[in-house]
Design a protein around this ligand. Sequence first.
Ligand code: TMP
Length: 229
Amino acid sequence: MVERGTAKVGRFVVVEGIDGCGSTTQAKRLVEALRGVGHDARATFEPSDGPVGQLLRSVLEGRLRSADGQSPRRLDWAALGLLFAADRLDHLASFVRPALAEGAIVVSDRYTLSSIVYQSVTAPAVPDAVSWIASLNRAAQIPDLTIVLDVPVAVAARRRHARGGPEELFDALSTQARLADAYARAVELAPEQHIRHVSGEGDAGDVTRRLLQVLSDAFPEISVTPERS
Ligand code: TMP
């Protein structure tokens, strides 16, 4: 919880980047670090664990089957964009907004910037893909801060291989390179968001410290050091 005067102020922070950038690890570490200094911080993620999010995971992992029961059932970029937006609104209503109303710092592993980047990059030469995806997400509240973890495509690929698990929909190196280019232009693609880039390279503890620094720069009322007794 963030105290400003006597009022509790919720803060909504998002961690973003290409696959293997460390957003899942760092969103969790950030919440642990904030809890460690006495804040009510809560970790969450998208696709969420709600009904639409579970459907999305089954598509991303190739588990959703076609009518023949054999081949994976694919969805095109626009259908995915609609489902991600629906999952987001459900996630906001079921988790994010109630937590913010209680004054928590909510840290989400991915949010609207993922839709803007991933779905536009995978849209086949559709000129207004970015604005269409932005319009789908107009009812989704704008985060207070969106942090993009910048990691070279080769480093992120090594991390994904080290992690193991099945190949996912967007894992091709050529796709990841285009996603990295789009994340580099995040401020231009999502001008309504408060975006900061942070290097995601190196030791996980160092990356967390960089994130805490960015957070305390953005929100001076959020203390990131233990209170002295
Ligand atoms: P994860 O691997 O970080 O759990 O995310 C799942 C994948 O879904 C990842 O490749 C990014 C992708 N994604 C989108 O394409 N659009 C979105 O809106 C979101 C939230 C994720």
